[in-house]
Design a protein around this ligand. Structure first.
Ligand code: CA
Length: 264
């Protein structure tokens, strides 16, 4: 299997939605050099159309675009598409606040002006993260059961009881990080480092708001959280031990899964 994969490596497809021609061309050149299959959209309308025209491995969205802006496209993709990694290009810190604060589900961002080398490194980091998940669970979906919560780690879906939860990409990453490190206390800075990546110093308040939103979705009583609990003065920890199971992915998604009882 591993050998087969190596001989038949398919290029990762990247859609760049950027109206500044110089930046778009430069990114296209360097990402092509890095062996990615790159397509360009020069405004928000073309971006929206192309983004939904196929399944991309990554979408790079400039925020300021003629037509629908990057935030609008990001929101639409998160609402209607199967999971696709999204990297935002921002030009002002006020835009950055919107990306981080509103949580549109972008996987990462870079602030203009940026070096192309840095952007290519970010893109590779996103793919490395995805590959590490794929390698870890080559047999298909791994499911983590926590009480009535089921996390489908490869499908990136979460179900609570009979309800499919709508989690943003970051909320999912945060939940998965906690679930994979039960009982371990993380400071906000550590969570930023592990879940957001790097270079997010000073955004500790974002962690709190994400945790509050995540709690509102996964906790029975968000005012008295039982899963993601606060360690006063330190940070947060996941106060349950997930029970893993493997399930062959089925067209019915979760329907073939029997929820397990909390592992005590
Ligand atoms: Ca622009």
């Amino acid at each position: 299997m591993a050998e087969e994969k190596e001989t038949a490596v398919e290029k990762r497809s990247i859609l760049i939605v950027e109206d500044e021609r110089d930046i778009a061309s430069l990114l296209e050149l360097h990402l092509n050099d890095a062996n990615f299959d790159v397509s360009l959209a020069a405004d928000g309308h073309a971006g929206m159309r192309l983004a939904f025209s196929r399944q991309w491995d990554l979408v790079i969205l400039d925020i300021r675009l003629p037509g629908p802006d990057g935030l609008t496209i990001c929101r639409a993709l998160r609402r209607e598409m199967a999971y696709v990694p999204i990297l935002m290009l921002t030009s002002k810190s006020s835009e950055l606040d919107r990306v981080l604060g509103l949580e549109l589900g972008a996987d990462d961002y870079v602030t203009k002006p940026f070096s192309v080398t840095e952007l290519v490194a970010r893109v590779k980091a996103i793919f490395r993260r995805i590959e590490s998940v794929e390698k870890r669970f080559p047999g298909g979906a791994e499911l983590l059961h926590i009480n009535d919560l089921i996390i489908d780690t490869s499908g990136r879906e979460v179900r609570k009881g009979d309800d499919d939860l709508s989690l943003t990409a970051r909320e999912f990453d945060l939940l998965l990080h906690f679930a994979r490190h039960p009982g371990q206390v993380f400071s906000r800075a550590q969570l930023l480092d592990s879940v957001w990546g790097y270079g997010h110093e000073g955004y500790e308040h974002t962690v709190n708001s994400h945790i509050n939103r995540l709690r509102a979705k996964i906790e029975n009583d968000p005012a008295h959280p039982q899963l993601i609990v606060t360690s006063w003065g330190i940070g947060y920890k996941f106060d349950a031990t997930p029970t893993p199971s493997t399930a062959s992915p089925s067209r019915d998604g979760f329907s073939n899964v029997t929820p397990m009882r909390r592992h005590l």
